[in-house]
Design a protein. Structure first.
Length: 243
């Protein structure tokens, strides 16, 4: 499929997603950063489902210009087939014109950027009620001059938050912590270091995973690795503070 057709599909999907959001008014949690997005998304969805709340997140790794609208609409990709994309667009039109449109109360969305100005486009599709920022690394070094340029993109997400929203920052990443000053809403931090609002303490490996404490509450997860600890802390904070 050539680039011209791709741009047309991207434009159509953007506006179909915006109409869906306008009709359903979901509470939107956006997770951005260069690491751990997937695990945080899954942990938050699990917490919400445990509370009996209707929620869903991105399909697969659908988190950029075309994938994000597909995730909002909960539709698959047409890959390289124009006929498949045409069917998907028709599905989307049928969905948003349905009188009894299926409602998702909470959308937990990963948002990925790999070049300057990506964030502007993604924010033209959907705006957050909550933003969670993980880490800033040079994973997309070919498109950015340095880490500060990447931080400028995440600053746009911070500034897009409403005054009654919430910004959750990774306390262990100094560049992410520095973004707090650009927020007009409440800001909280999570991490492994002393000083975080939500800190994982006394982390220990056990046979079935890891155990630790968050604000004195014992927590167990059945996975290994600090990225899973971060995911649990973030989900715990969101559940405790806002949802």
């Amino acid at each position: 499929m050539n680039n011209f057709l791709k741009k047309i599909i991207q434009f159509i999907l953007k506006w179909l997603a915006k109409i869906y959001l306008w009709r359903t008014r979901p509470y939107v949690v956006i997770i951005a950063g260069t690491t751990s997005r997937h695990w945080i998304k899954e942990a938050i969805i699990k917490e919400l489902k445990n509370k009996g709340l209707n929620s869903r997140g991105n399909r697969k790794n659908f988190n950029a210009e075309i994938g994000l609208p597909l995730s909002i609409l909960n539709l698959p990709s047409g890959e390289g087939s124009f006929s498949s994309w045409l069917k998907i667009i028709l599905q989307a039109i049928k969905l948003i014109t349905n009188y009894q449109l299926p409602i998702t109360n909470y959308l937990i969305l990963e948002m990925a950027i790999d070049r300057p100005e990506d964030m502007n486009y993604l924010l033209s599709i959907v705006r957050p009620n909550i933003a969670i920022l993980t880490t800033i690394t040079m994973i997309y070094r070919e498109n950015f001059e340095d880490l500060s340029e990447i931080a400028l993109e995440y600053r746009k997400l911070v500034r897009a938050l409403p005054k009654d929203g919430l910004l959750l920052l990774n306390f262990d990443d100094q560049r992410m912590r520095d973004l707090a000053k650009f927020a007009s809403c409440r800001v909280l931090t999570c991490g492994l270091s002393d000083g975080a609002d939500y800190q994982a303490k006394n982390i220990k490996k056990i046979t079935a995973g890891q155990q630790f404490e968050i604000k004195g509450v014992p927590v167990k997860i059945n996975r290994f690795g600090n990225h899973h600890v971060y995911a649990k802390i973030a989900a715990y904070a969101i559940r405790s503070e806002k949802i």
